[in-house]
Write a protein that binds this ligand. Structure first.
Ligand code: FES
Length: 186
């Protein structure tokens, strides 16, 4: 550590006290805790709360393995600062099952063999749950033509809307068919 000088006064007296207190719910459990303003939701979950469902893949918002639902909308936990999440509800894939029953998307992933190693799967499942709500709301995607049309449940629509979630095992056909079935398709 450098000694304080006239030009380098050293760290401020309160340098160790930079935490901000937030309250949030994670998979139904309420937490009130102090977080470093630089900490992401992904690191908060994994390193501070011991919730390991969301995975750290690229840690750059490119692979989607950290996807969680915040107040029902899918987000990349590695790009979201925890300090911005005061008062929110975070749901990971592990929190989707209720009363010992799998969420329909989880069940469909099992039935359609929509994974191999499983590393990307929690993020894929959270993203798929968010996708269902976006579809229900009629939100267009890049491949919705015309953009004002009600989107159809085509494989192209599902693939486009899941394109932020990469799978190194290449389980994409099973992922698409699992999501199609969850919506009630064939
Ligand atoms: Fe292995 Fe997707 S199942 S990366």
């Amino acid at each position: 550590m450098h000694p304080a000088t006239e030009t380098d006064p050293g760290p401020p007296a309160d340098a160790a006290d930079i935490g901000r207190v937030i309250t949030l719910r994670v998979d139904g459990r309420e937490h009130r805790l102090s977080v470093d303003p630089r900490r992401t939701v992904l690191d908060l979950l994994r390193e501070q709360l011991g919730v390991f469902s969301a995975k750290k893949g690229c840690d750059h918002g490119q692979c989607g393995s950290c996807t969680v639902l915040i107040d029902g909308r899918r987000v990349l936990a590695c790009l979201t600062l925890a300090v911005t999440c005061d008062g929110v509800e975070v749901t990971t894939a592990a929190g989707l099952a209720a009363d010992g029953l799998l969420h329909p998307v989880q069940q469909a992933f099992l039935q359609h063999d929509a994974f191999q190693c499983g590393y990307c799967t929690p993020g894929q499942i959270c993203s798929a749950v968010g996708l269902l709500d976006e579809f229900e709301a009629g939100a267009p995607s890049q491949v919705t033509v015309p953009v004002t049309a009600t989107p159809d449940w085509t494989d192209a629509e599902i693939a486009e809307r899941m394109s932020g979630n990469l799978c190194r095992c290449g389980a994409y056909p099973g992922i698409v068919s699992a999501i199609r079935e969850t919506k009630g398709g064939s």
